[in-house]
Design a protein around this ligand. Structure first.
Ligand SMILES: CC(C)(COP(=O)(O)OP(=O)(O)OC[C@H]1O[C@@H](n2cnc3c(N)ncnc32)[C@H](O)[C@@H]1OP(=O)(O)O)[C@@H](O)C(=O)NCCC(=O)NCCS
Length: 175
């Protein structure tokens, strides 16, 4: 990844709605989502209106040299500070975009939101995301057999977790 490229994570705003929906509905993204159907703009707007009022949620946009390039959704329990995340990068984002987004999002989750733990759930055929969680320092914590039904076939779901204390020692590029 080019060291001169600038990355920045910011809160999602209303003007990001169309871009985020286009990514979410792209075949290369939605096939890996829980619920892989197309989402309508009206439904997307309703989701955004509700989510932005929720103080236990963070909707974040990754900017690459000022261009929106990815989305992260973190939700957490206010008392336990245990959260979970979902994310996707723009389908035409250059390699390395996801990794930088993940590192920035983990810093946001642990440093800014003060989370104790962040969890991720990955459909077993999503090899990129399985590997991605491992590279970011997550530990595989469970294999939920036939947990996700795509309308035709059942798939295993792999649960990952990363504790705040682990992140401080595992969040380097060398991992
Ligand atoms: C998962 C995702 C965010 C990764 O972003 P990316 O920009 O493709 O990933 P990067 O190029 O930054 O690579 C980061 C790590 O992901 C993994 N990875 C990326 N491409 C991969 C591939 N083709 N095969 C296997 N692992 C891959 C690797 O571990 C890689 O780290 P490494 O190169 O140091 O080994 C992105 O592919 C994406 O948005 N996928 C669709 C949506 C999705 O699956 N979301 C997660 C649902 S749980």
């Amino acid at each position: 990844m080019n060291a001169d490229v600038e990355f920045h994570l910011r809160k999602m705003a209303e003007q990001d709605l169309a871009q985020v929906l286009a990514w979410r509905n792209h075949e290369d993204v939605r096939r890996y989502m829980f619920g892989s159907g197309l989402i309508a703009m009206e439904q997307h707007q309703r989701w955004f209106a509700g989510a932005t009022l929720d103080s236990t949620r963070a909707l974040l946009i990754l900017e690459r040299d000022g261009v929106p390039s990815g989305f992260v959704n973190i939700k957490f329990d206010a008392q336990s500070r245990v959260g979970s995340w979902g994310f996707y990068v723009s389908p035409d984002a250059p390699r390395g975009t996801g990794k930088t987004m993940g590192q920035l999002a983990l810093a946001y989750a642990f440093n800014y939101l003060g989370l104790h733990k962040l969890c991720g759930e990955v459909i077993a055929f999503n090899e990129r995301s399985l590997r991605y969680h491992e590279r970011l320092g997550f530990t595989e914590e469970g294999r939920l057999r036939d947990q996700y039904f795509d309308g035709t076939v059942y798939h295993h779901v792999i649960s990952f977790g990363l504790l705040a204390g682990e992140w401080t020692t595992t969040s380097t590029d060398e991992k």
